[in-house]
Unconditional design. Structure first.
Lengths: 112, 327
């Protein structure tokens, strides 16, 4: 039983690490602000979840687990909103997203 | 275990150095403010590694939290870019820096080595606090008993510094009151942010109160609680509008409350003098010295929290009422 829980928690931790690192790679690799924020924000919610789940499995049924779960809930509520606020203020200050096809062209393509 | 600690230390210190270099080399004030927030967060992590949880908490709340917000409000007035300077010869600054650094290093030569067990602080000050504070003050968090009881003068000085900073900001710029009523657009201007802020603010205030009154038992105290409390109001100001926030907590109330906080702190000292003790000697406040210490610490922490919260909110209002460049 302990082996199964250990294995599960390690799988969770590894997944979390993978997502965190892929988010970091995304921040450096993507060439434009919005896709960078996308890379960071999409990964950080699930990455946090996996790492916290791994830690909860490690610590078992204790007060620490409860605190960790609270932390996950808090981060799930706040970090998407923080990304939203970041993108929103960037868009309102006039930073245009770099699109492969401009908006007019895609609208035309949709009509035809 | 210690090798892992060493590794974490090295990583954190390296990141600190890189952040500092980035701060020095950057020209964008916005980036500099963000980097200094990161710097504070990194040093908070280092304090946690050193087992100084109270200091880490303060650093995270004050350094990374409120001072970043206040700086952002400031560059909202001044603009985001550093002005171009005339390029000057680097020789004279270099000489000054080298001499100052050499003097500082020379000054540390007399100090006992880091973690030297025979250093004076480990000989009589620290053992006295560690051995006697459970019986003299009797609260579990020794940091709070040192901060609020043994070193009550210093903490009072810190509170007065915060209060003086507020007075300074007010005598320099003051708050520009806007007479217009808050506009409540339908649908709201920032729906997601406003809903989330409304959801979060009660929890932030609850957490602030917990930190305030749990400071005797765990990490926390008036400074952190005041900052967290003011962050709730600042969040409200940012997501709704300044008029809304000023209607909620009018500046004239805040000004009086900030002074009342300092008065509570000083008044506790005066009361303990009137009861026959020294200034800020809480043992005489109740029949039992330990109860007196408890009361004293609770009361002065409340004063600290009140002053810090009100001063932070007022400084933020003063800055943000000047510049509306931020969207």
């Amino acid at each position: 039983m302990t082996f199964i829980i250990d294995a599960l928690s390690w799988v969770c931790l590894m997944m979390g690490c993978f997502l965190g690192i892929s988010g970091a790679v995304g921040i450096f690799k993507f060439d434009e602000f919005y896709s960078r924020v996308h890379a960071a924000s999409v990964t950080d919610t699930l990455c946090v979840f996996f790492i916290m789940a791994g830690l909860v499995l490690q610590s078992g049924f204790t007060l620490v687990s409860v605190k960790l779960i609270f932390a996950v809930v808090l981060l799930w509520l706040t970090s998407p909103v923080a990304s939203h606020a970041l993108i929103r203020s960037a868009y309102h200050t006039g930073l245009k997203p770099k699109l492969k096809t401009s908006r007019k062209e895609s609208a035309k393509r949709g009509q035809s | 275990m210690s090798s892992i600690n060493l590794l974490i230390d090295i990583v954190l210190l390296t990141m600190l150095v890189f952040t500092t270099i980035a701060i020095v080399r950057s020209r964008s004030l916005f980036a500099i403010v963000m980097l200094s927030g990161i710097y504070s967060l990194l040093s908070a992590n280092i304090f946690i590694i050193l087992d100084a949880v109270d200091v880490a908490f303060t650093e995270a709340a004050v350094g990374a939290g409120i001072s970043t917000v206040l700086m952002l409000a400031t560059i909202g007035i001044t603009g985001y870019e550093q002005k171009k300077r005339r390029t000057i010869s680097w020789i004279a600054p270099m000489v000054v820096v080298v001499i100052t650094g050499a003097v500082l290093v020379y000054g540390t030569l007399d100090m006992p080595a880091f973690t030297d067990p025979s250093a004076p602080i480990h000989q009589h000050v620290a053992p006295r606090y560690i051995n006697d504070s459970p019986t003299e003050v009797g609260i579990p968090n020794m940091v709070t008993s040192v901060l609020a009881s043994y070193r009550g003068y210093d903490t009072m000085g810190e509170v007065i510094v915060v209060f003086a900073a507020m007075i300074g900001v007010f005598s320099l710029i003051g708050i520009r009151e806007k007479k217009s009523e808050p506009i409540h657009a339908e649908p709201p201007a920032r729906p997601i942010l406003q809903v989330m802020a409304k959801f979060m603010i009660p929890f932030i205030i609850l957490f602030a109160l917990y930190v305030q009154f749990h400071g005797d038992f765990g990490p926390g105290g008036g400074f952190q609680a005041g900052v967290i409390f003011s962050v709730a109001i600042i969040l409200y100001t940012l997501t709704f509008s300044q008029q809304d926030a000023m209607k909620l907590v009018p500046p004239w109330v805040l000004k009086r409350l900030a002074s009342i906080g300092v008065l509570i702190y000083g008044g506790t000292g005066v009361v303990s003098m009137l009861k026959g003790g020294n200034f800020l000697d809480y043992s005489v406040l109740a029949h039992d010295p330990i109860h007196g210490q408890h009361y004293g610490i609770l009361i002065i922490e409340f004063g600290v929290g009140l002053t810090v919260a009100c001063a932070m909110m007022l400084i933020f209002f003063a800055f943000i009422s000047r510049g509306d460049k931020n969207p």
